[in-house]
Design a protein around this ligand. Sequence first.
Ligand code: NCD
Ligand code: ZN
Length: 350
Amino acid sequence: MPSSIDRLTIIQPDDWHLHLRDGPALRDTVNDAARHFARAIVMPNLAPPVITTAQAEAYRQRILAARPEASDWQALMVLYLTDNTPADEIDRAVASGNIHAVKYYPAGATTNSDSGVTDIKKVYPVLERMQKLGLPLLLHGEVTDTHIDIFDREAMFIERILIPLCLQFPDLKIVLEHITTEQGVAFVSNSGDNIAATITPQHLLCNRNDLLAGGIRPHNYCLPILKRSNHQQALINAATSGSAKFFLGTDSAPHPQNKKESACGCAGCYSHHAAIELYAEVFERAQALDKLEGFASLFGPAFYGLPVNQKTLSLRRAPWQLPASTQLGGDPMVPFYASETLQWAVVDGE
Ligand code: NCD
Ligand code: ZN
């Protein structure tokens, strides 16, 4: 597609990996999420986590109640897998019609993951049931061993956990979430159609220099951590390749400003102030705007077995500056790419 085009209309996108939080933050996060997107896969890492179908249903009701008036945006719920999740919970989840996946956090890997799985073998009966019923497993793909270098944790997870897991459950639908490495791209590319990956805007727009060179930038700190530029390039190539195995998942994960700008800052970048525009920036720079619709709006529904959205979303080339600060439940928050300029803006009201 020539880079001279100045307008782009795509089927309305979905976000296949989103943190909405709960309580006072919910109105802000849901409002942003529902602005341009039609649906989102909602992460269950609340404190305490969403581990049962009943908890997920109750959380869904709180989310829907926080939607802007007349919004038809939909929350696709996810269960948080623990060592003690019974296999029967999978039957209840599928029967509910509102739960679309189960999330695996290795215990201690990231924000609110203390109740995560301590040994994947403990949840094999649950995975067996998921494979049988076709419910996808979403992976936070990092090992947590303290002696493993933080930059190697994804590649190590693929070798030690994911490859044996795929051999054990060859038909289990798996999304390797927020991939950050060449190894992640290669693993997914070389696997069957039951294995896919989401990619975030921060891992496409940044590398570890944006986190650590010339001063530490806590608002670019997320997990899995930003990697070298060769990994960033591999992610850009995957996202813009047109392969249906790679689709949009922002991992937008808000934390108030004071929790990020701290001696021990929280992991997570907030991107739903400008989610589709951030991705458009990546695709524009890669001269692949014609591939944005597949990545943002087609490949996710195909993987999850859901219909493609009916509405469309239009963007136009109109440089605009992102806000320096926004609000999260009454607290100031610095969103990802704050104060930067993006080339594409959403045309609202179409
Ligand atoms: C997420 C959060 O804050 O909930 N943080 C992050 O850095 N991505 C958790 C997660 O998805 O790892
Ligand atoms: Zn996440």
